[in-house]
Design a protein around this ligand. Structure first.
Ligand SMILES: [Fe+2]
Ligand SMILES: [Fe+2]
Length: 316
């Protein structure tokens, strides 16, 4: 008796299987066949996300040695450390698609891959740490909760844990701001100033408007992305306005108003010229962020080399 010969599925059959998995809202896993554009698009998105987590440690990391109390220092340290963990899950998810972690870092420091524009703004006072937690992590939650249902299994699963930690980040930020708002006039002014500087860049975190977002349609068809940039931005505004009122701060937008018919907030025009400037490398801190990241890679190369040598010795 001869063994049955395995019939290799054709490219069309593989594509049909992939399409059926997406249509049934099931997950694509690393062992599954996937179109090259799907794979490359995911590597780009996951790498950009991982880079944002790692670069995102810098603005708040600047305050670790200047935190006003031991309690604040412990909270901030835990938060910044979480962001390192998020970067690690995401680089691991990119590795399941065949990407190489060291190569991704090289692309970041050589300016070939991007990270979120928001981390190119400076943290001028301790209130900035609170506002980053409230608004920046808050915007990240709006962006990332739908990614828990992303069609790529490892990415979706990484997002579940990341989102749990992000809600801690948002709460610690809001709690810090609440405390400052109960403090002195100078502290309240510090919070308002930080809100004035971070509000518009937070709205830019959702990316360009839908009619100027070339990759969005394909990404939504593949179930990687679940909602459009403008839809997520609107959700974030609707969520943040009542929180600003409870806090007692004014959001720096005279056009912000509740639309009685839709129950949603109308808001002013975003400065997309500023966004394009920052994303193309000309924000206030782009150079500093990348210089530091490059130095960390180079100064710590011996750790990677030692770990690689140790692993090779053990497997031998
Ligand atoms: Fe994070
Ligand atoms: Fe976070």
């Amino acid at each position: 008796m001869s063994a049955p010969t395995a019939v290799r599925p054709t490219e069309d059959e593989l594509q049909a299987q992939f399409d059926a998995t997406i249509a049934a809202d099931r997950r694509i896993e690393p062992r599954d066949w996937m179109p090259e554009k799907y794979r490359a698009g995911l590597v780009r998105q996951i790498a950009q996300h991982a880079h944002s987590e790692i670069i995102g440690m810098q603005p708040e990391g600047d305050w670790l040695l200047k935190a006003p109390s031991l309690r604040r220092k412990a909270v901030l340290l835990a938060k910044v450390q979480d962001e390192a963990g998020h970067g690690m899950y995401l680089y691991s998810a990119a590795e399941t698609l065949g990407a190489d972690r060291a190569d991704l870092t090289d692309k970041l420091v050589n300016g070939k891959q991007k990270y979120s524009s928001i981390f190119n703004y400076p943290t001028l006072t301790y209130a900035d740490c609170g506002v980053i937690g409230w608004l920046v992590d808050g915007a990240a939650i709006c962006n990332q909760v739908p990614l828990c249902r992303s069609s790529y299994g490892p990415y979706a699963r990484a997002m579940i844990r990341v989102c749990k930690e992000e809600s801690f980040h948002q709460r610690q930020g809001y709690e810090l701001l609440m405390t400052m708002m109960r403090g002195t006039d100078a502290q309240r002014a510090m919070v308002q100033d930080a809100v004035d500087r971070w509000w518009w860049p937070s709205l830019m975190m959702f990316g360009p408007p839908d009619d100027d977002s070339p990759n969005s349609a394909q990404s939504m068809a593949w179930g990687v992305k679940r909602h459009s940039n403008d839809e997520l931005r609107q959700r974030f505004v609707d969520m943040s306005v009542p929180q600003a009122e409870a806090l007692g701060v004014t959001l720096p937008d005279p056009e912000l108003a509740l639309d009685e018919t839709t129950g949603r907030y109308r808001f002013g025009q975003i400065d997309w010229t500023e966004f394009k400037q920052v994303i193309s490398g000309n924000g206030p801190c782009n150079e500093e962020r990348i210089t530091r990241r490059r130095a960390a890679r180079d100064d710590n190369a011996w750790v990677t080399e030692a770990a690689t040598a140790y692993a090779a010795k053990h497997s031998a």
